[in-house]
Write a protein that binds this ligand. Structure first.
Ligand code: CA
Length: 240
């Protein structure tokens, strides 16, 4: 595990050098490679040449709103994203998840807790990308590539999904036309069944997939039971 992790590149976007140093220190203690960016513009410049496995992004950056920086990253990379925030407002956290973050951490934080979150996201990424026989799922004109977490519409328009969204869609396409309880959809995450992030991810997926998000055709809510993915799913690589 440690050897596999030691190749992972984590980009830290944080203007406070003390906080950045703590994060760099604990991640390198666990053999991760790290790059520190002091600003959003620094990050966007580095992303031209770096392919991070995960970015830790402070929401309070000097030159750009962290949420906007995060969206820029998400638009060009399927890397894991953790939001770091000193703001205790729930709206920022929910907004961050809506915009494609995989997790968030509030300041002040326990460094080992941060490492645990980083590892959890990286592990989930490996899981969603580890079954080469089931790499492409097709349903109703959509192509979902589980290898790189992209979702392509019939008209060719491509959406880059976050790790969390891809993980959720993977559960759906692997279990179509079955009622799935919230607990089954939460995958490997240890969340309470009341955690809002599952609803946030469902609504994000619906906005991408559903022609009419008010009256969803694919992801149906089954009141009191969970959700149901209504589609015929083909795995072309399994049945060439
Ligand atoms: Ca800051």
């Amino acid at each position: 595990m440690k050897d596999a992790e030691s190749n992972k590149l984590i980009v830290i976007v944080e203007d406070d050098p003390d906080v950045a140093r703590i994060i760099e220190q604990v991640l390198s203690d666990f053999s991760f490679r790290t790059v520190w960016c002091r600003s959003a513009s620094d990050l966007l410049r580095r992303l031209r040449t770096l392919a991070p496995d995960l970015c830790i992004i402070d929401l309070g950056l000097p030159d750009m709103d962290g949420l906007e920086a995060m969206q820029r990253v998400r638009a060009q990379s399927a890397c894991g994203i953790i939001i770091l925030t000193g703001r205790a407002h729930i709206s920022d956290r929910v907004m961050g998840l809506e915009l494609g973050a995989d997790d968030y951490i509030l300041k002040p934080f326990e460094p080992r807790e941060l490492v645990a979150r980083v590892r959890s996201i990286l592990r989930r990424r490996e899981n969603t990308q580890s079954n080469p026989a089931r790499k492409i799922a097709e349903f109703s004109g959509w192509h979902f590539n589980l290898g790189n977490n992209t979702l392509q519409a019939a008209n060719g328009e491509e959406h880059q999904l976050s790790t969390s969204e891809a993980e959720l869609l993977k559960v759906f396409v692997s279990n179509p036309n079955r009622i799935l309880q919230r607990e089954q959809l939460m995958g490997t995450r240890n969340l309470s069944p009341t955690d809002r992030s599952i609803d946030v991810r469902i609504s994000r997926l619906r906005r991408k997939l559903e022609p009419n998000a008010e009256s969803p055709a694919f992801i149906k809510t089954v009141y009191g039971a969970g959700y149901l993915f209504l589609a015929t799913v083909n795995w072309p690589e399994e049945n060439p």
